[in-house]
Design a protein around this ligand. Structure first.
Ligand code: 5GP
Ligand code: MG
Length: 178
């Protein structure tokens, strides 16, 4: 099996490019069927989702739009602790069907915060799509109608996901070895 070395770790192919492409196309078709007659706004969460978003969107056949957002955290006052903020949401989502495009859901805490932040903007509904989900690590209750692959709790890179900034350009999804 093909392996790559990034910094101090080696990674082995776990989901080949062809399998990803087929699954992402099927998910795009499913979303299109489910949202027929609507004009969803896809919200891709940077950085990791940029490759998935590019492939997913080209498999969607209903009229749609996409916007790219980022979760930023900064230190609040000592009473509020770490505060998370949503950056890049420039259009109104009021009354709209929003589809979040996320690279990976691990504990689910980031997604839970994103859902809470989006509620302030009164969307009609928010649906979650994720390339990868690690069900074994989920710490919160999440409804994830659109997931490409469920994977074990191992660290992965490639297809947009990084290890310490590198590896986003890899065409397959790789799992860390040992
Ligand atoms: P959560 O809040 O669900 O625990 O974490 C989600 C974020 O953690 C993802 O958006 C991603 O940035 C990072 N993450 C979790 N697991 C992995 C992994 O296996 N590989 C990479 N590259 N990032 C991960
Ligand atoms: Mg992410």
């Amino acid at each position: 099996m093909e392996t790559v070395k990034i910094k101090d770790r080696s990674f082995a192919v776990s989901i080949p490019e062809e399998t990803i492409k087929e699954r992402v196309a099927a998910l795009g078709a499913q979303i299109s069927a489910d949202l027929a007659g609507e004009q969803p706004l896809f919200l891709a969460v940077l950085n990791g989702s940029f490759v998935f978003a590019a492939d997913l969107l080209r498999s969607v056949s209903v009229p749609c739009e996409i916007s790219f957002v980022r979760m930023a955290s900064y230190q609040g006052t000592s009473s509020t602790g770490k505060v998370r903020q949503l950056i890049g949401l420039n259009e109104s989502i009021e009354g709209r069907t929003v589809v979040i495009v996320e690279d990976i859901i691990d504990s689910g805490l980031t997604m839970k915060e994103l859902l809470l932040l989006l509620e302030n903007y009164h969307p009609k509904r928010v649906l979650i799509s994720a390339l990868l989900v690690k069900p074994g690590n989920l710490k919160v209750d999440l409804d994830i109608p659109y997931c490409c692959f469920e994977i074990p709790n191992d660290f992965i890179v490639g297809y947009g996901l990084d290890y310490d900034g590198e590896g986003r350009n890899l065409r397959h999804i790789y799992t860390v070895e040992d």
